[in-house]
Design a protein around this ligand. Sequence first.
Ligand code: MRU
Length: 319
Amino acid sequence: MRTLEWEDNKLKLIDQTKLPDELTYVYCETYQEVIVAIKDMIVRGAPAIGVSAAFGMALAELAGEDMDKVAIEMKSARPTAVNLMWAVDRIMESDNSALDEALKMFQEDIDTNMAIGKYGAEVIDEGDTVLTHCNAGALACVDYGTALGVFRAAHSQGKNIKVICDETRPRGQGASLSVWEMQQENIPVKLIPDVASGYLMSKGMINKVVIGADRVARDGIANKIGSFMVSLAAKRFDIPFYVAAPFSTFDKDISIFDTEIEERSADEVIHYGGARICPKGTEVINPAFDIVPKDLITGVITEKGIIDLNSIENFEDLF
Ligand code: MRU
């Protein structure tokens, strides 16, 4: 399954706002349409946002736009996933045409995820029940996925694993996207309310956690809101907590605590299943991302192997 593809000089995207009920596509013919698709979360997930932005830059170049201006607009589509800035900078710095570079990034994303899957499967044991949060699957990338790629790889090696997805309120990417992806692959999967993971861990019903990331820095990671609470519960019960992410998600320049956290619309919290769930006029706080400090992370599974942020002496040597 390709989350995004270059087809007839257009960017073809799975419309993730329609899943799991409808598998439909949106075609972007201009860079402005790509920006709208990223803002409206038709395409979402750090690597998928990055490669989509690269194709958006290609559309802009083919249309003869002012690329410096487009780069600024594109980077402001969403603030937290570092892949977006990485992809736009890479296009701007490349000697290739924007389209050639975007096509290269498209293939690299697939190869990278396969490598993450290979390294990640080494820490998944026969019989494991693994919790994941949000969607770090094929739908968050070009294909295969980071965290869900680890489960795909372990499953394809014949390991009997069970996956638990939490709902991931308020937008429900765990329920609507991760459960759907695992069902497509016939990997055993169950859905739990976000608030249930601590209880399941206390009962020995979860023995590993693997999540994705929107940013990896020297002192921790940023990922979907709720990731920090899951990491705290995992620490309480000595459950290994892994983060699967490519180097395109790494940020060597800042402390993770300086990450800009996207604040999304109050409507996402006020409404559930189309109905208002709180009194009219209720004020809302709706941060979309969380910070997990490195002491709560067992390892970061990358395409070059597994990195322990707590034991590397010089983070910059990784690049
Ligand atoms: O707001 P989203 O759906 O774009 O957030 C996505 C996540 O937080 C994912 O877990 C993360 O991007 C990792 S994707 C491989």
